[in-house]
Design a protein around this ligand. Structure first.
Ligand code: GCO
Ligand code: MG
Length: 401
């Protein structure tokens, strides 16, 4: 069961994706997502130039050993580029193990802990009316949980508001600047959720993403103002490099807190989890070291009644989505999974077994991850340089995105 070859496939069917395809001498191959939004080629090179040569000839069945070998053997630990590359290898090896065992990966992870995986979709609009209409569309599709964002009055552009049906914040070319005012934003959010509760009642789960834009005390104030609207969570209220800063938010609000989409290891969330400063951990397969490492994070979180809520935006490929669903359906302390529909081109490049019904998803029962890549079609969508926009305060100061 030796690894024969590793191919890095970069394509852009609507947005950029990096995919690792590991081939074994037995003819079985596995896929791993290696997409790091806006920094895609760094991971492609890390894999191609530094990781794949180390994998040739290794036993593909030794998933944990290969993980530790890549993590400890590099000397340089953690970081988004390294951990995304390790995640791709780990995911591909789980895919291979599933195919070798003729079983869907979730069966190898302890089997299903639930029948399906509750997901949330993204509703947004330039006005509260528009956001209400978007939430209504999700509710009518059967979603039980919806993230709601609305433009901040007086600001020209706002993070979180989609263009058309698909939400895609990265833009081709150089990163544009967008204007930000925390004062105006904090004023604008409670009326949005007051209206949504009036229209939809309390049966629908509502979520909101702050995208690291507030200070801890501002976040505490917003969380408190949102308490009557009983959010499922308030996401990324403040940057989390300083995990201690969440203590201040916690002191002021019972609105549940979610964080972790930019984390890449268990060390990024150890204090947050152990001190019960959060309710949901949003680390993902692709950016936090793969299925193996994510399971360790979930196991730590389980001790503290922190549940999972993995990132699932469009910049995570269908390979990551499939892997996330195998993780979600098996892990005991699952909370929710983010799900943003990919473009039709992306779905055609990555045919998959996972399916959506009644607000929930299932990874399907195909052996391995149940996702493939059409390489010929992928090659018709070459890489396009693209970046996320940068946020600036009204006086021009760079702000957190
Ligand atoms: C989310 C994320 C997205 C980001 C994107 C950046 O919660 O889904 O915050 O909104 O814009 O994933 O890479
Ligand atoms: Mg987010």
């Amino acid at each position: 069961m030796k690894i024969l070859d590793g191919k890095v496939i970069v394509c852009s069917p609507g947005r950029n994706f990096v995919t690792l395809k590991l081939q074994t001498e037995d003819g079985v191959y596995g896929l791993g997502d290696a997409t790091l939004n806006g920094r895609e080629l760094a991971v492609a090179s890390y894999l191609r130039d530094h990781v794949v040569p180390l994998l040739i000839g290794r036993d593909a069945r030794r998933i944990e050993d290969i993980w530790q070998y890549l993590y400890k053997g590099a000397y340089w630990r953690r970081g988004p580029v390294t951990m995304t590359a390790i995640a791709a290898v780990d995911t591909a090896l789980w895919d291979i193990k599933g195919k070798m065992s003729n079983a869907p990966v979730y069966q190898l992870l302890g089997g299903a802990s639930r029948d399906s995986v509750m997901v949330y979709g993204h509703a947004s609009g330039r006005t509260i009316d528009e956001t209400c209409e978007a939430v209504e569309r999700y509710a009518s599709l059967g979603y039980k949980a919806v993230r709601a964002q609305s433009s901040v009055p007086g600001l020209q552009s706002t993070y979180g508001v989609g263009k058309g049906d698909v939400y895609e914040p990265a833009e081709a070319g150089l990163a544009p600047d967008t204007a930000w005012s925390s004062e105006r934003y904090i004023e604008s959010v409670p009326p949005l959720f007051a209206r949504l509760r009036k229209e939809f009642g309390f049966d629908l789960h509502l979520l909101h993403d702050v995208h690291h834009r507030l200070t801890p005390i501002e976040a505490g104030r917003l969380g408190r103002a949102l308490e009557p609207h009983r959010l499922f969570w308030m996401e990324d209220p403040t940057p989390a490099e300083n995990q201690e800063s969440f203590r201040l938010i916690r002191q002021h609000t019972t609105t549940p807190l979610a964080v972790g989409e930019v984390f890449n290891s268990i060390h990024d969330c150890r204090t947050l989890i152990q001190d019960q400063l959060i309710d949901y951990i949003r680390t993902t397969v692709v950016h936090a070291g793969g299925i193996s490492h994510l399971r360790k994070i979930a196991a730590l979180a389980e001790l503290y009644q922190v549940r999972t809520g993995s990132h699932g935006a469009t910049d995570l490929s269908p390979v990551c989505m499939a892997a996330a669903l195998h993780f979600d359906v098996s892990v005991h302390n699952f909370g929710i999974q983010e799900y943003m529909r990919h473009t039709d081109e992306t779905d055609r490049v990555f045919p998959h077994a996972y399916r959506f019904a009644d607000g929930a998803m299932h990874p399907g029962d195909a052996p391995g991850l149940g996702v493939d890549i059409d390489e010929a079609l992928a090659s018709t969508f070459p890489y396009v340089r693209a970046y996320l926009p940068t946020a600036r305060l009204l006086d021009g100061t760079v702000h957190s995105w």
